[in-house]
Design a protein around this ligand. Structure first.
Ligand code: SF4
Length: 259
């Protein structure tokens, strides 16, 4: 029986796809984003032990598809009344592509709206294996320069672009999500490269995700160095300035929680 390694299930989310959603966080990610707020999800698909406030705790639990479907269907009423559904996040969902496909297929057959959040850094056929069972894809676009992307986060940006272009041709809602990380993604040249690419792909709306420090304690639990521990968050005015650059180019830029 196929099992997947899950490190969190979050209910009543309104930020990761349409309506009210249940988010299933799958473990494993090959990237090394310095700003990662889920560092416990990284590296291989196997449980991680961290030390939380003096207590050793295992992160990651194996679930079958049937168990997870039963769990998330407890929230079905919220999906139906809000136009929501289930989002698979991570980590990187495609690290467990076979399990993700089995889970999405089952949910799709039950009529549940399905979404994934992905960095798109896997072979095209793995992404293509999920698309028949997907309504939405939240696709991270981070650092556009190929050399910088490889050095800083360990990603093949050419492959990311190839996968993004493929998803544009599929019958699903594709939403680029851009983390705004000072010193990494918010330079003038990176913002312009993002805009140029989005215009080339005829994309008219993005989500901007301002940097936050919510994950900083997790690095302590893991005993890892957190490179951004002293980094400042962006002010609302700074976020609005970046938002206006996208909007001046005809790209609607949604930011949750902006006052
Ligand atoms: S892709 Fe996501 S989970 Fe993976 S390292 Fe980057 S921020 Fe963390």
């Amino acid at each position: 029986m196929t099992e997947g390694l899950v490190f969190n299930i979050q209910r009543y989310s309104v930020h990761d796809g349409d309506g009210i959603r249940t988010i299933i966080f799958l473990k494993g990610c090959p990237l090394k984003c310095p700003w990662c707020s889920n560092p416990e999800s990284r590296l291989a698909v196997k449980p991680t032990v961290w030390n939380k406030n003096g207590q050793a705790e295992t992160v990651g639990e194996w679930w079958t598809v049937d168990q997870l479907v039963e769990e998330v269907m407890k929230d079905e009423i919220f999906f139906r009344t809000s136009g929501g559904g289930v989002t698979l996040s991570g980590g990187e969902v495609l690290m467990q592509a076979e399990f993700a496909q089995a889970l999405l297929k089952e949910l799709h057959q039950l009529g549940v709206d399905t979404a994934i959040e992905t960095t798109g850094c896997f072979p095209l056929q793995e992404i293509a294996s999920l698309t028949p069972y997907l309504n939405q894809v939240l696709f991270d676009l981070k650092i556009m320069d190929q050399t910088d992307a490889r050095q800083v986060i360990g990603i093949n940006q050419e492959l990311v672009k190839e996968n993004f272009a493929f998803l544009r041709t599929q019958n699903l809602e594709l939403t680029p999500r851009i983390p705004l990380i000072p010193g990494y993604t918010t330079s003038q040249s990176n913002i312009q490269a993002l805009i140029d690419y989005l215009i080339q792909q005829e994309v008219s709306a993005v989500h901007l995700l301002p940097f936050h420090q919510y994950g900083s304690n997790k690095y302590q639990y893991l005993g890892w160095e957190y490179q951004l521990k002293d980094a400042s968050t962006l002010t609302d005015a700074e976020v609005r300035t970046i938002q206006s650059i996208f909007e001046a180019e005809g790209i609607s830029a949604n930011v949750d929680g902006l006052k």
